[in-house]
Every structure is written in C-alpha cells, then in structure tokens.
Write a protein that binds this ligand. Structure first.
Ligand code: GDG
Length: 494
C-alpha cells in the first residue's frame, strides 16, 4: 500500500461515529454551537472539511433538530460550511440502553478484559441492535457505490453488516479504538457471533496494535468454522466477504501540541502554580484521565501514598496534579470509582499536607489545549498507569508537549497495559499498575533519574511521537483503504 495524505484521497467519505463534532444547543433563547476541542473528533474535523464528506452521528444537542433540513442534515462548521453533518435521533431510553448499557457496560469492560464488570441485560442488546440499524439506515441514505464509509469504534459493531445488505459494492471500514481481548475472554459474550459477523462485513478493520489484531483473528478462527483466517496477511474470508485486519497505531498532532505548549511561555507556569497553590520548589507529576476504572487511578494514588509514607523526604518536594474528567457517571461502577478516588485523595491530603503544600492537587474543570499542554510541558513526570488501555493519547501528548529545550527533560512513566507501550515502552519507565510498593519505587527512580538519561530518553520518545503522528496514521489508513478500493474496482472491470 502507498500512504495517501488526506489531500489525495479520491473517494467521497462518509464517517460514522456515536459522538458528533458540532452540537447545537439553546442558551436562553439563542442557539449556540459546541465545537470539537480535543481528541480524535477535533483531529477528524479538518479531514472532513478538506474532503467535503458526510459525518453521521447521534444528535445530542437540544437545538440540533432545529437547524437540520428534512434529511436531518446541517452544513458545518457554521461560519464556513464545508461538509454535511447528518444527525441520528435517539430517545433517552435508547441512549440509556445502547450507550450506557450495551456499549459501556458490556463491550467496554469485556474488551478491557474486566469480565467481572460486565452487565448483560437483554434490553441492552435489543437496543444496541436497533440503534445500529438506525445508523446503518442513515449510511444507506448518504452513501452510494463510489463512497467509502468509515465506522468509528465499539458503539457500531453491527452497523456494517446492515449497511452491507443495501450497499454490496461500497467500501466499508472500521477503526476499533479500544483493545480486542483474547478468545477466552470474548467467548463469555453470548452475542459473540453477531458482533464478529457485524464487523466482518467491513473490507478493513483497524486496531491500535498487533496484539489486538492477533486476538481478533484468533476469535474469528475459534468462533466460525466456516471462516478462513490468514494470520500472516491479516485476511479473513467469511460469508463471501474478504476482510483485511491490520494495526494502525493512532498518533497525535505532535507539532501543533508543541507549539501550543509554548504559548504564554513566560507567564504560564508561575501563574498556574499560584492558581493551584503548588509550591515553587516542588516537583510536579501529572495524570490526565477520564474517570474510568481502566485508567488505574486508585492504583496510582495508592503508590503515591506508599511513596510519601515510606520515603518522607519526598513530602513537600513532589506534588501530584490529577486532571480528571467525570465520565459515564450514570453507571454504578463509575460512581464507585469516583468514591474510591475521592477517598484516596482526601486521605493523602489529610495524612501528609503541610501548611504550604498538598500532595494531591485535583483539577476537575476543563483545561484549554494551551493550558493542558503547558501543564504537560512543565511537569517533571507523567504518570500513565492504566490497567488496560487501547492506546492512551495522554502519553503521546505529554511527549509532544516537551518541545522546548528548557522543558525537554520530563519522564514518562508508562503502564505495560497500554497500546502506547508497544511504541514507547523501550524508552519510557515501564510499570505494572497493580503493585503499589513497586510502583512507588519506580516513581522515585523516575524522580532521581540523572539529567542526561532523562534527556536521552525524551529525545527518543519525541522522535517516535513526531514520526508516528496523526497525519501518518490517517495517511496509512486512507492509503490502505484506497488500495483496497482500486483492487475491487479492477475486479469489477475485469
Ligand atoms: C479512547 C481509548 C484511545 C482530557 N482532559 C482534558 C483533555 N483531555 C483529553 C486528552 C486526550 C483525551 O482527552 C483522552 O484520550 P485517551 O486516549 O487518554 O483516552 P480515552 O478517552 O479513554 O479514549 C484510548 C483513544 O480512544 C483514541 O483511540 O487512545 O485507549 O480508551 O486527548 O488530552 N483535553 C483538554 N482539556 C482537558 O481538561 N483540552
């Protein structure tokens, strides 16, 4: 395959995701628009603007219906309309059962190998099927034989097979952002055949790592006697369809992150430290997570408690900044996690705080990109300790933000259980998240690492993150799709 930059992409692109890039809502009587601020949605928005495609997503804003035409479409961005956003309407019960239910209480824990946290309810599954059909119907209306349809993530495992029935020649592909588990785990799911069958209607399925590709292929092999699986080429033949399964490790917009990290360079850090009462002579470790039980936050706090207890010399000399975003808090597992995190932070601060210092500073409000990247740039350590994580973009953003010669000496402490570890594990400080005493030791090791060693490691990390950035990911994914498309048009012409 040849890589294809977005500008050279030839087909009309239909992107399908649960979350929408622009949400219209009422503020008093005015309609205001929320726009993408970070993560993948922000990365894909310029792509859609460039190719003038169609983005299909759940319309979750209370004014979304007000601005759409008869086909549920609106042109975005509002100030410079350059592509079509089509909304799929979901009732509150549908969101509860398809999104909070099947997606986040079945597929999320299952794929993160946390079978004990799954909650298989029949109504979740029926609704997941129904909503996936709804998304597929919208795809069928927006796409034709010439289109390329790109499904995002685990909310939409069944949509490809429904779309395929009406669009036999259209190129369909999917990127799965979370891990794929082993067969021993996946077989627990009573809907394993339907899920795998749904995904195999795609011409291409992308995962973050080779490991997830291997796991997926092994699941297909074990589940379907009728499937032919070629583990070397990643090709599956099943039910008259050929699907290519490949690893495409997602990257970040590293150059831009480096630039934004340096905005307000002179004033940012002293002001930030003043605002959050971080003493001037304290080192700073940072953690940035959605409040999710996969991210290893209680485990990390336990290690910090161990550190401050067994090595009191670090008291007042290290401050841990936890940027956490509330997430999925309608689900009881997430409420339990919140209490577990709250309790630990309170305990740490009660046990060790002094008049001028708190061991843990918790930030719950949203930080702008320059603020977040500035925080990364000035933090001495990043603690990325998930118990399981598809990729983890925070690890890559931290490295990308260490762009200035003066700040280029941070240490990345990275769990082996993240997708990012595959690329960055050699030069990051590798940890296993569950062992608090060991992790405490590794945090100390990172804190005491000699200057030249820190710089050497950061240089190597930066080379990797800059080379495998968001554009590289897009070009490689789109290049593979374009290659498949050319092959299939040739077959039809012959
Ligand atoms: C899923 C997979 C995979 C957080 N707080 C603020 C803020 N953030 C941004 C971070 C980062 C993003 O949120 C979180 O991304 P992660 O990759 O860490 O994790 P998930 O949300 O679980 O994402 C994961 C990812 O999909 C992509 O495929 O890597 O494995 O679980 O970008 O920067 N951004 C700003 N302010 C905040 O306060 N601006």
């Amino acid at each position: 395959d040849t890589d294809t930059p977005v500008s050279a992409f030839e087909s009309s692109l239909v992107l399908v995701s649960n979350r929408q890039p622009y949400s219209h809502r009422y503020e008093d009587d005015e309609i205001v628009v929320d726009r993408p601020v970070g993560g993948l949605t922000a990365g894909l928005d310029p792509v859609m603007q460039q190719v003038d495609g169609t983005w299909i997503a759940w319309g979750d804003g209370d004014a979304d219906a007000e601005v759409t035409d008869d086909n549920d479409c609106v042109r975005v961005p509002p100030e410079d309309p350059s592509y079509t956003l089509r909304r799929v309407w979901l009732s509150d019960e549908a969101v509860d059962e398809y999104y909070y239910g099947y997606s986040n209480q079945v597929l999320w824990p299952l794929c993160h190998d946390l079978v004990g946290k799954t909650n298989f309810e029949d109504r979740f599954w029926s609704r997941y099927q129904e909503v996936n059909e709804q998304f597929a119907d919208a795809v069928v209306e927006q796409a034709d034989e010439e289109s390329v349809v790109w499904f995002q993530d685990y909310h939409l495992a069944l949509a490809p097979s429904h779309a395929r029935e009406a669009l036999p020649e259209t190129t369909l592909f999917q990127f799965w952002h979370i891990p794929w588990p082993t067969w021993d785990t996946f077989r627990v799911c009573p809907h394993r055949e339907e899920l795998l069958g749904g995904l195999l209607a795609n011409d291409l399925i992308g995962f973050h790592t080779e490991r997830y590709v291997e796991n997926f292929l092994a699941c297909v092999d074990a589940c379907f006697e009728a499937a032919t699986v070629d583990t070397d080429s990643g090709e599956v033949e099943y039910d008259g369809e050929t699907t290519l399964v490949r690893a495409f490790p997602l990257g970040v917009d590293a150059e831009r992150i480096g630039e934004l990290a340096g905005e307000r360079e002179e004033t940012f850090w002293p002001e930030f430290k003043r605002e959050y009462s971080i003493p001037d002579d304290s080192r700073v470790a940072v953690g940035v997570d959605r409040l999710d039980y996969t991210k290893g936050i209680p485990e990390r706090l336990d290690a910090l408690e161990e550190l401050f207890e067994t090595r009191p010399e670090w008291r007042e000399r290290l401050t841990y900044v936890q940027k956490s975003t509330e997430s999925r808090s309608d689900i009881s597992e997430y409420q339990r996690l919140q209490s577990a995190v709250d309790e630990r932070i309170e305990r740490l601060n009660e046990r060790f705080a002094t008049e001028s210092w708190r061991p843990v500073v918790r930030i719950e409000e949203h930080l702008t990109n320059p603020e977040l990247y500035g925080l990364y740039a000035h933090s001495d350590l990043a603690l990325v300790t998930p118990v399981r994580d598809g990729m983890n973009l925070v690890a890559k953003e931290y490295v990308a933000a260490q762009a200035d010669d003066d700040t280029k000496d941070g240490v990345l402490v990275l769990s082996r259980m993240t997708g990012a570890h595959g690329e960055l594990g050699d030069t990051a400080v590798t940890i296993e998240p569950y062992d608090a005493p060991e992790l405490a030791g590794q945090i100390e090791e990172a804190l005491t690492m000699p200057d030249h060693e820190r710089k050497r490691r950061m240089d190597a990390l930066r080379a990797s993150v800059l080379e495998n950035d968001l554009d590289t990911w897009l070009a490689s994914l789109l290049g593979t799709v374009q290659g498949l498309r050319r092959m299939s048009t040739q077959d039809t012409d012959d």
